[in-house]
Design a protein around this ligand. Structure first.
Ligand SMILES: [Zn+2]
Length: 199
């Protein structure tokens, strides 16, 4: 039900477009902003305003960053010879939160899915192969989701790496099949990474 304030209704409408947010939740969030000190709304607006200008994707690994290359790609404390390949930036954040992985990342920006017309050339696979060909990469860990699309993508990349001198591993089957990395807890992810198998 619309309120008597068009501004409030527009805000609720915008929040409702976000994934997983129904009208009722959107109303609660909008109400929260309204009853908070005005400073909160101003900060929120300022962050949203500059979002697309400030946040870019690392040209090397594809992670969200404010400097290019990102801090992980330029860190001497990370193992630049070990690349964890994930579908989305969020997957890398999830793995990063386990604090166990000391390598670097490569974000594909999706997975192969002919049904949704997502083909290998739509993903950052060429960029990954280029990184391997540059040298210095010992191993890539395919940490795509344990779904049909994720498995297809992992298989495709492994095929492309056949003639390259790099070890290709797939994360262990500790994750529930058909689910996304997004929903795995920290311990499960750590086990999946350490229990990886040669492809
Ligand atoms: Zn990077």
């Amino acid at each position: 039900m619309d309120s008597f304030s068009p501004s409030f209704n527009r805000l609720v409408g915008l929040i409702t477009r976000m994934p997983g947010i129904g009208a009722r939740t959107a109303e609660r969030l909008a109400w929260f902003v309204l009853k908070s000190p005005p400073q909160y709304a101003r900060q929120l607006a300022a962050e949203l305003e500059g979002l697309h200008e400030k946040i870019i994707f690392c040209s090397r690994c594809g992670l969200m960053t404010e400097q290019d290359p990102c801090v992980i790609c330029t860190s001497a404390r990370r193992d630049q010879g070990l690349i964890c390949v994930v579908e989305n930036p969020g997957d890398a954040l999830r793995i990063e939160s386990t604090k166990e992985f000391r390598g670097v990342y490569h974000v594909l920006m999706g997975a192969i899915s002919p049904l949704n017309r997502i083909h290998p050339e739509d993903l950052r696979i060429t960029e990954l192969l280029d990184r391997i060909r540059e040298g210095g990469v010992r191993e890539i860990i395919l940490a795509t989701n344990p779904t049909v699309e994720g498995d297809t993508t992992a298989y495709y990349i492994a095929e492309q790496c056949k003639d390259l001198t790099v070890q290709v591993s797939r994360i262990a089957r500790g994750l529930p099949i058909g689910s996304d990395l997004e929903y795995a807890d920290s311990l499960t992810l750590t086990r999946a990474l350490s229990g990886r198998e040669k492809f």
